[in-house]
Design a binder for this molecule. Structure first.
Ligand SMILES: *[C@@H]1O[C@H](CO)[C@@H](O)[C@H](O)[C@H]1NC(C)=O
Ligand SMILES: *[C@@H]1O[C@H](CO)[C@@H](O)[C@H](O)[C@H]1NC(C)=O
Ligand SMILES: *[C@@H]1O[C@H](CO)[C@@H](O)[C@H](O)[C@H]1NC(C)=O
Ligand SMILES: *[C@@H]1O[C@H](CO)[C@@H](O)[C@H](O)[C@H]1NC(C)=O
Ligand SMILES: *[C@@H]1O[C@H](CO)[C@@H](O)[C@H](O)[C@H]1NC(C)=O
Ligand SMILES: *[C@@H]1O[C@H](CO)[C@@H](O)[C@H](O)[C@H]1NC(C)=O
Ligand SMILES: *[C@@H]1O[C@H](CO)[C@@H](O)[C@H](O)[C@H]1NC(C)=O
Ligand SMILES: *[C@@H]1O[C@H](CO)[C@@H](O)[C@H](O)[C@H]1NC(C)=O
Ligand SMILES: *[C@@H]1O[C@H](CO)[C@@H](O)[C@H](O)[C@H]1NC(C)=O
Ligand SMILES: *[C@@H]1O[C@H](CO)[C@@H](O)[C@H](O)[C@H]1NC(C)=O
Ligand SMILES: *[C@@H]1O[C@H](CO)[C@@H](O)[C@H](O)[C@H]1NC(C)=O
Ligand SMILES: *[C@@H]1O[C@H](CO)[C@@H](O)[C@H](O)[C@H]1NC(C)=O
Length: 610
């Protein structure tokens, strides 16, 4: 203290006062803040948890439990109200004696590795008496504990305050009464998520389920193989989100769906639904999401969908729809994502896009033609565009150059044969993923620098030598083109030292010269295909440095010499093809345990494979 001047002393006093005040307001004072009963309940819960990553190291007896990781208290009463331990690498047992914490309203243990769950005796009773106020829990999220299986959910019906329940990615295959059990839940339930729970039966025969307040129902990713059950269409007048995607649902979409007047989102992707996409869906004026892709719908694209002015996402691709697409979709000014494909055809004009100011994803994977003025300035700035399988060509359209925020560009299989090289390569350099494969584009790549993370230029008519790549390129497929010359300038270029390339396919071209000894630059490679070229010489020793390689293909070149590489160092190698070359000497014997396929045919090897 002697070292303080008076003014410093006052500052210190003020500071201390401020700190006490702060403690008082925030209730961080130990005596006030942590209720003893709550603390012991938390510690008993911790007892069952395997916490290998020491995420709960702050949970020790002496300390204020309101300051423990994930715990929140009411700042007036000091009682624990929330426990949020999602994604903390926790394993072991969930001891739901936690629910004896009287004022706990929010419990999130999702995205962990729990394998068991025990109930306090009061919840573990065969005789269920719903609607006693055993717990104040409003929100329960145990989702994404994939090794957890629950065989009986009856206890849930006693959590009478519950509004949100998420058990997605938990194994419920042996809770065969799940629907009846859920139906006994207090009708205050607003959100129910049971996605990917291994559920099998949607009880098509149940007539009525009393979820009178339900707003969100997510049953995606299960094994339901019935028709859409009757109860679904009388579930709750408030229901606004239904997701039944990735099941095996059959039959047609019944008109009783119109009962659900407040429906905002309907996802039925990847099922076996048949019949037409009903025109009456156009009467669902509140719909924002309509996702019907990957089903067996046939018939025409209903023009009534152009009336759904609230639509944000419309997905009908991968069905058997035929005919034209109405230009009224161009009026859907809220639309952000449009996915259309299958067997639709016809001509798309500027009118089909006229008011799509908010469009971000445009996926039109069907035999459409385009009647679009080259000077057209689209109303949108897209993040993703896929025109795969369309009749886009022969010239890469000018209007795509107006898109400055593109991350994905897929114009594969679209009849392109010419690009404006001066503009094109600098334009695509800013795009993360480009796929131009299966066209007939003829252009010289010698002076091009590629910069996208994923580049697929396979199956075209590209000429010249290998392009340069920036250090961003991770995936490069140039197979099946007319590229020629040596590959060493590409492989031994000094920029290649900090590259991230993991996948390189230059097969089926006309490369000549040798395979250079520069592989120390490419140690991240996992897949390497240089087969079907005219390369000569030996396999250089630095190939042995590719210690992450999984597949290598050298077949059908003019390679020769004794193959002396010690493959046993390539610990991940699964496949190697040396066939149709001129290798001699004894067959390679040392190989890693991972090896599954080694092809040596049509060479001059002697001896027997090891
Ligand atoms: C205390 O609780 C009130 C009401 O719930 C809240 O608005 C405030 O942010 C809380 N204060 C602290 C420090 O948590
Ligand atoms: C769960 O916690 C209770 C006390 O809250 C305790 O009596 C019981 O033994 C615990 N169960 C397990 C399996 O750890
Ligand atoms: C319920 O109690 C029975 C025995 O009474 C026990 O075998 C079972 O594991 C308990 N179930 C849960 C989920 O705690
Ligand atoms: C439980 O219900 C009783 C009677 O209905 C009521 O007095 C009590 O306050 C409730 N307890 C809680 C924690 O809600
Ligand atoms: C579980 O569902 C709730 C309510 O719908 C949601 O807010 C939460 O994000 C979901 N949990 C996970 C891990 O997705
Ligand atoms: C479900 O029950 C069957 C038959 O008793 C059993 O083989 C299977 O392991 C159980 N599944 C789970 C996730 O407990
Ligand atoms: C559904 O639940 C509500 C609220 O508990 C109740 O009033 C109503 O009678 C129930 N309806 C049926 C048919 O069970
Ligand atoms: C729908 O549910 C209500 C109860 O909420 C019931 O009165 C009505 O009969 C049901 N409608 C049909 C068509 O089953
Ligand atoms: C749709 O498929 C059904 C059953 O395969 C068939 O009967 C019907 O004619 C088809 N409709 C159209 C418009 O192709
Ligand atoms: C589809 O569009 C094409 C070209 O615009 C037109 O010739 C054809 O008649 C249209 N077909 C239908 C069924 O509207
Ligand atoms: C590549 O660039 C060099 C130097 O600028 C030039 O001489 C050559 O003609 C160019 N080749 C092609 C195919 O454009
Ligand atoms: C590639 O271009 C050449 C020259 O125009 C042409 O002869 C050849 O047929 C083209 N190959 C393919 C696959 O388009």
């Amino acid at each position: 203290m002697v070292c303080f001047t008076i003014s410093q002393f006052f500052v210190l006093l003020l500071l201390l006062f401020a700190m006490t005040l702060h403690k008082g307001i925030c209730g961080a004072n130990t005596k006030l803040s942590c209720n003893g009963k709550d603390r012991s309940a938390l510690l008993l819960f911790k007892h069952g948890v395997k916490d290998g990553s020491h995420k709960l190291s702050s949970w020790s007896n002496g300390e204020d439990c309101c300051a423990w990781k994930g715990v929140q208290c009411d700042n007036m009463t000091g009682r624990v109200t929330r426990l949020d331990l999602n994604q903390q690498y926790l394993e072991g047992e969930i001891n739901l004696s936690l629910l004896q914490i009287e004022f706990l309203t929010y419990l999130d243990l999702s995205l962990n590795g729990f394998t068991g769950l025990t109930l306090p005796p009061i919840l573990n009773q065969s005789l269920v008496t719903p609607s006693n106020n055993l717990s104040n829990l409003v929100y329960l999220d145990l989702s994404f504990n994939e090794d957890l299986h629950l065989d009986n959910l009856q206890w849930l019906s006693q959590l009478s305050s519950l509004k949100c329940l998420n058990l997605s990615e938990i194994n419920l295959e042996n809770e065969t009464n799940w629907l009846q059990t859920m139906a006994m839940m207090h009708p205050s339930l607003l959100e129910l998520r049971l996605a990917s729970c291994h559920l099998v039966d949607m009880s098509p025969l149940v007539k009525f389920v009393n979820f009178t307040s339900l707003v969100t129902l997510d049953l995606s990713g299960n094994y339901f193989d019935s028709e859409l059950p009757y109860w679904l269409f009388n579930i709750s007048s408030d229901i606004s989100h239904i997701d039944l995607s990735f099941n095996n649902l059959q039959g047609q979409v019944p008109k009783s769906l119109l009962n659900l007047r407040n429906l905002k989102s309907l996802r039925l992707v990847n099922n076996e639904l048949i019949g037409p996409i009903p025109a009456w869906l156009g009467e669902h004026e509140h719909l924002q999401t309509l996702a019907l892709s990957e089903n067996l719908f046939n018939g025409s694209f209903p023009s009534s969908l152009g009336n759904l002015s609230s639509l944000i996402e419309l997905a009908v691709s991968s069905n058997f729809l035929s005919g034209n697409v109405t230009s009224t979709i161009g009026q859907l000014f809220n639309l952000r994502a449009l996915f259309i494909g299958g067997s639709l055809s016809g001509v798309l004009s500027v009118k089909h896009f006229s008011k799509l100011f908010n469009l971000e994803s445009l996926v039109l994977n069907s035999a459409f033609s385009f009647d679009i003025d080259p000077q057209w300035i689209p109303p949108f700035q897209l993040h993703e565009i896929s025109l795969r399988n369309t009749n886009l060509g022969p010239t890469f359209p000018q209007w795509i150059y107006t898109q400055r925020t593109l991350e994905v560009l897929d114009t594969s299989y679209s009849g392109l044969s010419s690009i404006d090289a001066d503009k094109f390569w600098s334009f695509v350099a800013k795009i993360r993923v480009i796929n131009l494969s299966f066209n007939a584009i003829r252009a010289d790549l010698s002076n091009v620098t590629l910069n996208s993370e994923n580049v697929i230029l396979a199956c075209n008519n590209f000429t010249g030598s290998l392009p340069r790549i920036s250090t961003n390129v991770f995936f490069l497929n140039l197979a099946n083109n007319s590229l020629s010359g040596p590959i060493s300038p590409f492989l031994c270029h000094k920029l290649s030292r900090e590259n991230t390339l993991g996948y390189l396919d230059v097969s089926y071209n006309f490369f000549t010269g040798v395979i250079p000894n520069c592989w120390e630059n490419w140690r991240g490679l996992t897949f390497l295909y240089i087969d079907n070229n005219k390369l000569g010489g030996e396999i250089p020793p630095s190939i042995g440095l590719l210690d992450e390689i999984i597949e290598m293909d050298f077949h059908k070149n003019n390679l020769s010499g004794k193959f002396s590489l010690d493959l046993s160092n390539l610990k991940s190698l699964v496949f190697i093809n040396l066939g149709e070359n001129n290798f001699s000497g004894v067959v390679p014997k040392k190989m890693p345990e991972s090896m599954q396929v080694m092809i040596l045919r049509s060479n001059k090897f002697s001896g027997k494979p090891g």
